[in-house]
Design a protein around this ligand. Structure first.
Ligand code: HEC
Length: 171
């Protein structure tokens, strides 16, 4: 029996449904087509949204952050101190280290009261910016004094460059 024969027949349970009559007709082809299209489309869209197009919320956030970094560039440690790392800067950094830091970090940066600055373990990160940040602001509650106010930005930069150079093997 073709379904069409059942077209427009009332199912007959209006008494259970506040008098609302119901048909059980086949869904229109365009509706079923649209539904199947959506089912087929959704994985394509999901993959594109989350993985390819970078349009997830995380992706959008990252894009905004990248755009902000271009629009408001953060000054590097070099720019803040107005210096670049040269052999002279490193020599001066070494002298500043010997005067101020040996007591806690040891003559060869091997550590003592303060942590070693030549191993692979860095509590606060080992980019030159991060080292300069720790040197400048200190970690007072752990016993690392803030050197920014004592040394000033130039000397802080030089000693941080020295520690970075020796501690990471990167200039
Ligand atoms: C009074 C002792 C003391 C002196 C002096 C001192 N430090 Fe420290 N330093 C510490 C301690 C303690 C820590 C560990 C801080 C922590 O646990 O967060 C530290 C941490 C550091 C770190 C971070 C290490 C890491 O693993 O992330 C750097 C870099 C550093 N000091 C550089 C210096 C430099 C450069 C000087 C000299 C200008 C200096 N320190 C002088 C005690 C000292």
């Amino acid at each position: 029996m073709s379904n069409d024969a059942l077209q427009d027949q009332v199912l007959g349970h209006a008494d259970e449904a506040d008098g609302i009559e119901e048909y059980d007709n086949r869904l229109p082809r365009w509706w079923v087509g649209l539904f199947l299209f959506c089912v087929a489309w959704s994985p394509v869209y999901a993959v594109h949204y989350h993985f390819v197009g970078g349009r997830s919320q995380a992706g959008e956030w990252q894009q905004e952050m990248d755009a902000a970094a271009i629009r408001w560039p953060q000054p590097t440690a070099e720019q803040v101190a107005g210096l670049t790392v040269t052999p002279e800067v490193l020599t001066e950094g070494e002298a500043i280290y010997k005067t101020n830091c040996i007591a806690c970090h040891g003559p060869t940066l091997e550590g003592g009261i303060g942590p070693s600055l030549v191993d692979d373990v860095w509590i606060h990160g080992n980019s030159r910016e991060q080292i300069l940040g720790v040197v400048t602001n200190g970690v007072t509650e752990k016993g690392m004094p803030p050197w920014g106010p004592i040394l000033g930005p130039e000397k802080a930069f030089k000693v941080a460059a020295f520690v970075h150079d020796l501690g990471t093997g990167q200039p």
